[in-house]
Design a protein around this ligand. Structure first.
Ligand SMILES: O=C(O)CC[C@@H](O)C(=O)O
Ligand SMILES: [Zn+2]
Length: 515
């Protein structure tokens, strides 16, 4: 059985400054008695200027109402949740929320916005990490929430075709009932939309086994800035007819077009899943364990995650999750997924025996039933949540050579000393992806100055990437130069100008501000 993991980000546990719990920002939020301080407006915290877009007039509202009767909102209370990111770090001041149901409606909206020079912020589940899904100023929020129809599922090929607003967890349930799984899984699956996943090229926990959405997405329907509907919603495995245009929109964060439907390839559901949670005496041993594990487990290895001792302490302190093995400097979570329980158990058993005997790991526990698998995954998946309860969090999502993955964490601890509350490293080691998080009592410009550009310079020194899987959004747009050459950035700007000449789609995101 595929483990059922934490269903959605527990948004209410996050805080943007110490001393208060986040309030009312997301769907399904419980009512809380005291209202927390508002998140600072992005335009106040960051040096960003509004571009000369038009502002929405009564006439525009009437046009939208005509396009989608009853699905145009100007209610400030309703807009609040769409203006603030789930980490409660950025906030726009949009006055209009549109909820189309069809790509035709999206097309009519964009045609009108293009003519009128109105900026638009496409929004899925608003679960992003880099401020890409909320307006910076007063961009119109174009939500995919009501575009939630499954079009078809082919249980021979495993191809799912659905609208962009389908929630990942609901799609997972649907395909699992038919003995398939979604090729991606994220902690945010209870809220995130498949269109948002594709627009941000979300990575997640199944990347090691099934690869990126650039490989799993077979086709897309996209509405361009001028309202043109680009129907590339093919379900073909092979289609070598010139430029693979859909790839342009995967990871473009709604800056080149609005994804309205997706055709995606789902792998067969593994018949046997096991999870081993192991303690390692040092990072060198974590690396050796990874190497050995790849060699011994081969095709059944489906995840190799790691976390350091501080992460474990924080999930213990803030979430009361108990460490299932002896305390260790590092922990790894290894998942296997295969088609034959006996065969997988034999392979995993001999790998674990070897790892323990040779001192690669000092202690470990193995789960094969769904309840324990879920428990072990929670230790890794809920680190973000524990960090959110620790204070203000500075987040870095880096791609690095796996041998150097932890060096920056150690170096930063020495560099920051008592200025940081905690410096932790965890992530998708199997993908060379480090989540470096630094917590502090509150946001401080001087701590930020100690972190940036140092973290980015260090990453560039390793030929790494400043965004492995979280994307660029608003927060990382001015550090792209650390990972991309000027000619690549120039070409990105040219593509943007070609597809969205007025720059109305998700402005202030993805492209450098001085492009
Ligand atoms: O909070 C983070 O920095 C990472 C979140 C997510 O990508 C994860 O892998 O847990
Ligand atoms: Zn991650």
């Amino acid at each position: 059985m595929v483990p059922h993991r934490v269903p959605r980000w527990p948004w209410w546990l996050f805080r943007a400054s110490p001393g208060w719990a986040s309030w009312g920002a997301r769907r399904g939020c419980p009512s809380m008695s005291s209202r927390p301080p508002e998140v600072m407006l992005t335009q106040e915290r960051y040096p960003v200027r509004r571009l000369p877009f038009s502002t929405v007039s009564e006439q525009d509202l009437a046009t939208f109402e005509h396009i989608m009767p009853g699905r145009v909102s100007t209610d400030p209370a309703e807009l609040e949740a769409h203006n603030v990111d789930w980490l409660r770090t950025v906030r726009g001041c949009s006055k209009v929320l549109l909820r189309p149901r069809t790509s035709e409606e999206v097309s009519h909206v964009l045609r009108h916005c293009h003519e009128r020079n109105l900026a638009v912020n496409p929004q899925g589940g608003n679960t992003g990490m880099v401020g890409g899904s909320v307006p910076v100023f007063d961009e119109i929020v174009l939500s995919t929430a009501l575009m939630n129809q499954v079009v078809s599922f082919d249980d021979v090929s495993g191809t799912l075709v659905c609208q962009a607003g389908c929630v990942l967890e609901e799609l997972s349930r649907l395909v699992e009932e038919r003995d398939f799984i979604m090729p991606l899984d994220l902690g945010a699956k209870g809220s995130c939309h498949i269109g948002g996943n594709v627009a941000t090229n979300a990575g997640g926990l199944r990347f090691l086994r099934y690869g990126s959405l650039h490989g799993n997405v077979l086709g897309l329907e996209v509405v361009l800035a001028d309202g043109t509907v680009l129907n590339c919603l093919t379900s073909l495995r092979k289609d070598n007819t010139g430029y693979d245009l859909k790839q342009l929109f995967i990871g473009s964060e709604g800056t080149l077009g609005v994804i309205t439907a997706v055709s995606i390839l789902c792998p067969p559901k593994p018949k046997a899943v096991s999870v081993a949670f192991l303690g390692c005496p040092s990072f060198a041993e974590v690396l050796r364990t990874f190497r050995t594990c790849k060699g011994s487990l081969g095709e059944i290895l489906s995840a190799f995650e790691f976390m350091d001792a501080t992460c474990m302490q924080l999930v213990g302190r803030h979430l009361h999750l108990a460490c299932p093995v002896q305390e260790s400097p590092f922990y790894v979570l290894i998942e296997t997924s295969g088609s034959h329980a006996g065969h997988d158990a034999e392979k995993l058993g001999s790998f674990l025996e070897h790892a323990l005997a040779s001192g690669l790991v000092t202690d470990g526990t193995l789960a094969t039933d769904q309840r324990r698998i879920k428990m072990l995954w929670a230790l890794r998946e809920r680190i973000t949540e524990a960090l959110g309860l620790d204070g203000y969090v500075y987040k870095y999502d880096l791609s690095l050579p796996v041998e150097r993955l932890y060096d920056l964490v150690t170096a930063l601890r020495a560099r920051l000393g008592a200025r940081a509350k905690h410096v932790v490293g965890y992530g998708h080691l199997g993908d060379g992806n480090l989540h470096l998080n630094v917590t502090a009592e509150a946001f401080s410009p001087s701590l930020l100055a100690a972190l940036e550009p140092h973290v980015y310079e260090w990453t560039a020194g390793q030929q790494g990437s400043v965004s492995a899987e979280h994307g660029v959004g608003f927060k990382k747009r001015d550090v792209l130069g650390y990972s991309k050459p000027p000619a690549a950035l120039q070409l990105m700007g040219q593509l943007k100008a070609l597809l969205d000449p007025k720059g109305i789609l998700n402005p202030y995101k993805t492209l450098p501000s001085r492009a």
